[in-house]
Design a protein around this ligand. Structure first.
Ligand code: ZN
Length: 429
């Protein structure tokens, strides 16, 4: 059995830096709000469809054959060297084209355009591959309009039971129609599922969306694991009352209790180090008026770690803290909803292949966790996965200022290309 690390790179396809950067600029015009400089390209919106059309047009111009599956994913397959499609397993690479509201131009889009560039470079150089190379733009990763994030990758990975049957957007409009407009078909969703064994490896190139690489001065990040997440929705119930006439003694102030929950969550991560990060991102006090003691508060706590054991320990510690705060403040505190996603480890051999590729290109690299969720964590259900990160200037993402130096964008694509070539030449990934 051959080994992924020692496979020589037989031919030398090259990333066309000018072409890649030009496409990034072109795509960034779709969904652009001139007043803010931000991009709003929510999944299954008209802007998202225009981005999809742009990608498919570029693929066709490159002599490649793009297709849209029933879930609305764009798939561009380069089959065997004679151009005929086969039932060989694929090396899949990609990301997503949709954005959050008023987001940046690189989150997702960069990984998709780099995957197209790698595919095109391989086609132009006539690279022989043991595997079909496939570039993917997964549908609705962000879930900004239709609140079903990871929609496309979940369908591809066969998680149909976890998807709603008739998904609706925030305003109650059916996904069914928007999906049809994008070339998909809700009734044929099963046809979008890729069976186990059909993906030999999945590689996702993405901006870091955080400050770690920039601070460390490295140009490539090799993701060790994608963080797991516990999102708890918490209801605090106290007693509302007049803020002027109710003595401090004997109050059951739900917002004062909620403030202690905020500090407890912070303490669990920053103080006790039980999980990597803990965040209270939403606090909704009721009635939320200046002269009434809050009678109830609904709030969220978001706990994240790349280790499942640590994540559940942090959640247990939080629940214990909630009981303590409830008894001290004379309130009732309940966890009314929870959403959990397990951490996903990146494949060890693919990580080593990325490191090897970066070394050859003399690009400095470091391992790091991914604090954000990515399609890769879903595709991990059916394939070994790995992710390559490039630095985000100022660590900014999901904002109009989101950016990465051109040299880093090109370097990331070069690492992706070399890693794909290594994997493509390996008998068993
Ligand atoms: Zn993304």
């Amino acid at each position: 059995m051959s080994d992924i690390l020692v496979q020589p790179v037989l031919r030398s396809p090259e990333i066309d830096a000018g072409r890649l950067l030009h496409r990034i600029r072109e795509l960034a015009r779709i969904g652009l709000d001139d007043s803010t400089g931000g991009i709003t390209r929510e999944g299954f919106s008209a802007a998202d469809r225009r981005a999809q059309a742009y990608l498919m047009g570029q693929a066709r111009e490159a002599g490649l054959a793009p297709a849209v599956d029933a879930a609305g994913n764009v798939l561009i397959r380069r089959s065997s060297s004679d151009g005929h499609s086969t039932d060989r397993p694929a090396i899949l690479m990609g990301s997503h084209l949709d954005t959050v509201v008023n987001g940046g131009r690189l989150d997702g889009a960069y990984g998709v355009l780099a995957a197209l560039e790698v595919l095109q470079a391989c086609a132009e150089a006539g690279v022989e591959s043991r595997y079909d190379l496939v570039a993917a733009a997964f549908a609705n990763e962000e879930g900004a309009l239709f609140p079903q994030p990871f929609w496309g990758s979940m369908a591809l990975a066969g998680r149909l039971a976890d998807l709603p049957r008739e998904p609706l957007d925030h305003r109650g409009r059916p996904l069914r129609d928007a999906l049809r407009a994008a070339g998909g078909d809700l009734d044929a969703l099963g046809s979008a599922v890729w069976p186990h064994g059909s993906v030999a490896a999945y590689l996702e190139l993405h901006i870091e969306q955080g400050p770690v690489l920039e601070r460390a001065g490295h140009s490539i990040g090799i993701v060790e694991a994608i963080t797991g997440r516990s999102l708890l929705t918490i209801q605090v119930r106290g007693s509302a009352g007049h803020s002027g006439t109710t003595p401090m003694e004997g109050r059951h102030d739900a917002l004062a209790a909620a403030a202690r929950v905020v500090l407890a969550a912070e303490e669990i991560s920053r103080g006790q180090g039980l999980c990597r990060v803990a965040t209270v991102g939403r606090v909704d006090p009721h009635p939320n008026t200046p002269n009434t003691i809050a009678g109830a508060v609904r709030m969220t706590v978001d706990l994240r770690d790349t280790d499942a054991g640590r994540l559940s320990a942090a959640e247990r510690a939080l629940r214990t803290a909630l009981q303590r705060i409830a008894s001290r403040t004379g309130t009732e505190i309940d966890v009314v909803a929870d959403t959990r996603s397990a951490p996903v480890a990146a494949d060890r051999r693919l990580r080593a292949a990325i490191a090897h590729s970066a070394d050859e290109l003399r690009l400095s690299h470091m391992p790091l966790p991914s604090g954000a969720g990515h399609d890769a964590q879903i595709v991990a259900d059916i394939a070994p996965i790995a992710m390559i990160f490039v630095p985000s200037i100022g660590g900014l993402s999901h904002v109009p200022e989101e950016d990465t130096k051109p040299a880093d964008l090109v370097g990331g694509a070069q690492v992706l290309l070399r890693t794909v070539l290594r994997a493509a030449a390996t008998e068993r990934i």
